[in-house]
Write a new protein. Structure first.
Length: 219
């Protein structure tokens, strides 16, 4: 399949001359992947990794509850993107496809490692207080009544414990929609489930988080 990259002044040389750093930075994610799989030029792949490494690692760390596992799965995801790039369908958006690859890799890692997720003290200390605020906003926006004092959450540990109470299915939806800012349809694409299922899982997760809040903050 011919690459869609057409930013060269001479289209006839687009597949024979390496694009400059400036042109690479201007290419869309989809153009980068399609051009990479056609030409195999490493700078194109490196640009994709650069664009997503921070947010994708953050997603994997939340999903897996382990920095070490997130590092391993992130590396596995990069390898899988390279190996699976020929299967990327032209016209599809790259970001949901990338998250689908990463999520499947995370699920495989969890199956290989059956240990229960445990939050270590160093990871708790490293958690940004913003995590509390974000989860607080989510809870308050959906069911504020039992959470009128939730803005006074005292540490990131409650957030991690609460997320740990969710099933993998519910946690993945909360992480994609709330922390990664995906739309319902994008999350549905990543998880390969109907949009209605995304909404129902998110609603169930919110109920579960409220129950956990009530059970741990009784007066």
């Amino acid at each position: 399949m011919a690459t869609t990259y057409q930013n060269s002044q001479n289209p006839a040389t687009a597949d024979t001359l390496p694009p400059s750093d400036t042109l690479v930075a201007q290419m869309s994610d989809e153009e980068l992947l399609l051009c990479y799989r056609t030409t195999g030029r490493r700078p194109l792949f490196d640009e994709l990794v650069y664009r997503y490494e921070r947010e994708l690692f953050s997603y994997l760390r939340r999903y897996l509850g382990s920095t070490e596992m997130a590092e391993d799965v992130f590396q596995a995801t990069c390898l899988l993107v390279h190996l699976k790039c020929q299967k990327f369908e032209q016209g599809r958006r790259f970001r949901p496809w990338l998250y689908a690859v990463a999520t499947n890799a995370a699920i495989d890692a969890q199956r290989r490692d059956k240990r229960h997720r445990a939050v270590s003290l160093d990871r708790v200390a490293a958690r940004n207080v913003d995590d509390d605020a974000k989860l607080t906003d989510l809870l308050v926006s959906e069911d504020p009544d039992p959470l009128s004092e939730v803005s006074r959450l005292e540490s990131g540990q409650w957030v991690q414990e609460a997320l740990g109470e969710l099933t993998d299915q519910m946690r993945s939806v909360v992480t994609l929609v709330y922390y990664q800012g995906m739309k319902y349809r994008e999350a549905a694409d990543v998880l390969r489930i109907p949009v209605g299922t995304v909404k129902s899982r998110l609603h169930a997760a919110i109920q579960k988080l409220n129950e956990h809040w009530n059970s741990t903050h009784t007066q």
